[in-house]
Ligand binder design. Sequence first.
Ligand SMILES: NC(=O)c1ccc[n+]([C@@H]2O[C@H](COP(=O)([O-])OP(=O)(O)OC[C@H]3O[C@@H](n4cnc5c(N)ncnc54)[C@H](O)[C@@H]3O)[C@@H](O)[C@H]2O)c1
Length: 322
Amino acid sequence: MSAEKAAGTALNTFLNIEPIDLEYAGLKKGSLQGEVAVVTGGASNVGLGYARAIAWAGGKVVVADINGEAGLETERVINAENAPDTALFVKTDVTKKEDVRNLAAKAFEKFGRVDILVNNAMNMRLNGPVLSSPVDDLDQSYAISARGVMLAIQEFVPGMIERGHGIVVYSATQFHYCPPLVGGSIYTAGKAAATSLMMSLANEVKDKGVYVFCLTPAGVGRFDPSKMPPLPEGVEIPKDLPKITMPGFDGMIPPEAGGAALVYCLLHAQELHGSGIIINDAFMAMNYPYPNPSTVRKIDSRRLTDPELTMVFCNMGPGFAK
Ligand SMILES: NC(=O)c1ccc[n+]([C@@H]2O[C@H](COP(=O)([O-])OP(=O)(O)OC[C@H]3O[C@@H](n4cnc5c(N)ncnc54)[C@H](O)[C@@H]3O)[C@@H](O)[C@H]2O)c1
């Protein structure tokens, strides 16, 4: 059995993924040759799709995740799918300064530099209402989102500015505030804080050769419904929501396709600087990034060759100067 096949088989059982080949989306192998990326939360679901897609496109990838077992398996599989020394796993809690510093040290030691930072880690279980959640959950949501993003930016972006070459991405959410369907007010508060940091960073690095955008993987992933947190009491999923897919429901975009969207955006980073992009136009209804429709503008809409994979480009909103 080939290395790819062996890797794919192992992944299907443990990491819950399919073999990856992004040519269907019009992407080319080697398009990210020479680039070194860090993907936080890269050992499962969306982040795993991102890490594998970057490697497929020829980049080196450092997977930073708090989950050691999945992280090591991710490193093994990406190397098997590509070539030895394509991936490096560094066990990292992005909320801890010493961990993020260690991540940078290990990445620089192995690959010499980092060109692409994908801030993707989050704890999706921080999913409660404002009125009844422990305030510690809010601290944790900010710690992973805002603090984790800022720590990573401070480790990796100075080198990018020095070389005049870099991209910073954040896995934002389509829920700028929390609709009753989701009940994740604490989650969205953390995401909003990190999105705000990214908007400011876009202004700070203007004209420095570093490009910054948010990519919202709306409805991307393969979830095990039994592992999802319960909906808040009294909340029911409306039966007539065919396209607005939620964890545990049908219609999710597979993580490999999410990876294709990321690679596409990385290759167009310069023109996307300061933007918020939603993978899955069904979620335009959520008025990302601001609840006031007049601040949201659909500036472009593209379709890769995969009919499942639509991307909507939105303004980041006030504060961003092109
Ligand atoms: N899946 C979606 O539909 C969707 C939609 C909008 C936004 N997002 C965002 O995309 C990102 C990925 O989503 P997902 O569905 O793959 O989530 P997930 O829960 O499946 O994966 C998150 C990963 O982050 C890791 N992680 C958690 N805490 C960490 C920490 N402190 N330090 C390092 N790693 C940590 C986890 O171990 C896991 O591997 C998240 O930021 C999420 O908010 C996802």
